[in-house]
Design a protein around this ligand. Structure first.
Ligand code: WT7
Length: 649
């Protein structure tokens, strides 16, 4: 059955930035003349020294090098703040909506943002942070997170945000890998009525770091925390006493803006490096076109700044465009399942951007919590993070958008900096479950997974690669350019390999089918199965572990762990609980296995390699198409695993 297609409404198109003919024309130009196109688009930013170079990029394995606007000089914070001041000093830049709906929201104007960011920048300077130094940010979704990011950008320091849901161990690894001089944290992070002790997590992390690392603490809730004299610093106090003026440091377009750690199929999370000029150009342009953002609109992306979505579409894209952006400290279901919609009504949100997992969780509460609120301000609805199932798409469209708001399903990655596939509302017809067509300058190709040949027919299925660079692309892995090349450019020579499978339909629309590597997508968050496995085997009772994804109604994918115990260990429910808690503390709550199955043996080849394909099939309850298992060292383990799987409890 051909899925239904939703054409843009003429009324929407009439006031949109672009219509279909405009998209086709601009897209064609962007790929036939990338230098001309991006040369022009880069001018939407303010440059201290204009660039003469636009694009210097090569995907050739062995010498991969990506540079955009390489001789241009600019400052990202000046582009997000200072240049707006003449026109927008009294306009709200950030609406901060606290976790507790009873606490009043804060409306932070561009003038106030400027004041805070300048002060914060001076605090960083006073702590010895210099251009190129790394600053780890481990904060809740509070305005200080935005101030800290922009303050780093102002002085040329490189921020690396660690999601506040990560454990002390994960935090320590990132502080150490990035070689950070400073970590910025808060006393506590209230979320969904509960509180995470960020400062004591940071204390625990810093036990494993150089004693030179300073700890800047935002007293957010005011709860008591421990205090290490000489190491810990009260940020708010210092900000009050700092100068509200700190000149933006001229930075090269290719100076790193941030490092963001993300999971891959092997090894430890890698530090994805994004630089300044190209990244900001791309974040701003996608924000404008994909959400059809207009002056005066209120934009709300519900992500956390700990993920790339928060970087590009809470902070950098919207603020570069002089937008009003909402920062929400809470969760979708606290105090009840109407919270998102209450905030949309309260702040008259025009563009709303969230993840399918949140929609599925809210759908389960029915329509009443949505219908209670006036959502007539909403013009565009966005989704990101994982494929959206048609049920959730339809609910979003019918119940939230009342059929009036185009849905933009945006496919992209931490590595891509901004959207690569997405419908431009008003221009491109949507189909539930498809991220539709490429953004300007993006050249998707589908390769045959085995031969690596490009499939040139319109209808195609294979792995999704990109043929050429775009300005928002990551530049390297922090401290490991080899790993960057090996991860993204080795398997399919001459292309950037996304790690996703994809189908292209007869209309040229792209449908992401999910990861083709050992990365799973849990509630729109990326998790390397290898990471969870190494956490499990670090427990004394565990001999071996294999982790795969399995279909989960709310999370999209859940974490399914097969665990083989040491000979002297007895399987028990208590031990399962202990392992769950163990993984939570090793990595963070998002990595907790959803199901642990005791596996007396794992399916292995005669050479000892675990056959993950078989484990995936069992976890997906797809044991009819197991394929050839005769090459297993001991085929009988498969029967046992099937018999005790989650489906046979
Ligand atoms: C992976 C990237 C980009 C910010 C959020 C996640 C999956 C992302 C979609 C979408 C289908 C999607 C892909 C991708 N993904 N958006 N609209 N439809 N799948 O960033 O943690 O870097 O994960 O998320 O598998 O490779 P990330």
């Amino acid at each position: 059955m051909t899925p239904k297609s939703y054409a843009p409404s003429p009324a929407f198109t009439a006031s949109a930035h672009i219509d279909r003919a405009g998209y086709d024309e601009m897209y064609a130009r962007s790929v036939s003349d990338p230098v001309g196109f991006w040369g022009e688009m880069g001018k939407t930013l303010d440059w201290i020294t204009p660039y003469t170079q636009v694009k210097n990029t090569t995907f050739d394995f062995g010498r991969v090098d990506i540079q955009w606007y390489s001789d241009g000089v600019l400052n990202v914070s000046a582009n997000c703040i200072d240049r707006h001041l003449p026109k927008r000093s009294l306009q709200t830049a950030i609406i901060f909506e606290p976790d507790d709906p009873e606490t009043p929201a804060q409306h932070i104007t561009y003038k106030e943002l400027s004041d805070k960011v300048n002060r914060f920048a001076n605090v960083l300077l006073s702590q010895g942070v210099m251009r190129g130094d790394r600053v780890v940010i481990y904060l809740p979704m509070i305005p200080e997170a935005a101030y800290a990011m922009l303050a780093c950008a102002r002085i040329g320091a490189i921020h690396s945000i660690v999601f506040a849901g990560f454990s002390p161990d994960a935090l320590a690894n990132r502080i150490n890998d990035s070689g950070a001089k400073v970590v910025i944290t808060a006393d506590h992070a209230p979320r969904g009525g509960r509180s995470t002790p960020l400062k004591s997590n940071t204390d625990a992390a810093l036990l494993h770091c150089s004693d030179k690392v300073r700890c800047l603490v935002v007293k957010h809730t005011g709860e008591q925390t421990s205090w290490v004299q000489g190491r810990d610093v009260d940020v708010k106090y210092l900000m009050e006493h700092a100068s509200p003026e700190c000149p933006p440091r001229p930075m090269n377009a290719e100076d790193p803006l941030f490092v963001l750690y993300t999971s891959g199929s092997t090894g430890k999370p890698k530090g994805v490096v994004h630089t300044s000029g190209g990244y900001l150009t791309y974040a701003a342009l996608t924000h404008k076109y994909v959400f059809d953002y207009h002056d005066g609109d209120v934009f709300w992306c519900t992500a956390d700044v700990g993920w790339v979505t928060g970087h590009s579409y809470i902070i950098y894209g919207p603020l570069a465009n002089g937008a009003t952006t909402v920062m929400f400290e809470g969760v979708p279901t606290y105090p009840d399942a109407g919270r998102f919609w209450q905030v949309c009504e309260k702040h008259k949100v025009n563009q709303f951007y969230t993840a399918p997992t949140a929609l599925r969780a809210l759908m389960a509460h029915g329509n009443a919590p949505v219908e209670k609120y006036d959502l007539s301000s909403i013009k565009v609805l966005g989704t990101v993070g994982e494929p959206i199932n048609p049920e959730a798409w339809n609910w979003y469209n019918d119940v939230v958008g009342k059929g009036r708001a185009p849905i933009v399903d945006t496919w992209w990655q931490t590595e891509t900096g901004g959207h690569l596939l997405a419908p431009l509302p008003g221009a491109v017809a949507t189909k539930p479950g498809s991220a539709t067509l490429p953004f300007f300058g993006v050249q998707p190709v589908i390769l045959d997974a085995t031969s690596g040949e490009e499939i040139t027919t319109t209808e195609a299925e294979g792995v999704l690669c990109l043929k050429d660079s775009w300005p928002g692309q990551m530049r390297t892995v922090w401290g490991d350019h080899e790993r960057f090349q090996e991860t993204y450019f080795q398997q399919y020579k001459g292309y950037y390999f996304s790690g996703d499978g994809c189908r292209r339909d007869a209309d040229g629309y792209y449908w992401i089918t999910g990861r083709v590597d050992d990365v799973i997508n849990v509630s729109g968050h990326r998790m390397g199965t290898a990471e969870v496995e190494s956490a499990l085997v670090a427990h004394a009772a565990v001999a071996e572990a294999a982790v795969v994804g399995y279909p989960h109604e709310i999370k999209g994918q859940g974490i399914y762990a097969y665990v083989t115990l040491m000979n002297d260990q007895e399987p028990s429910d208590a031990l399962k609980k202990e392992l769950e808690v163990w993984v939570r503390t090793e990595i963070g709550p998002i990595a907790k296995p959803d199901f642990i199955q005791w596996a007396p043996g794992l399916p292995k080849t005669r050479s000892g390699k675990i056959m993950r394909r078989i484990l995936r099939k069992i976890a997906e309850n797809d044991t009819g198409s197991m394929g050839d298992i005769s090459t297993l060292a001991d085929p009988s383990v498969v029967e046992d695993l099937i018999g005790n799987s989650i489906y046979n409890q």
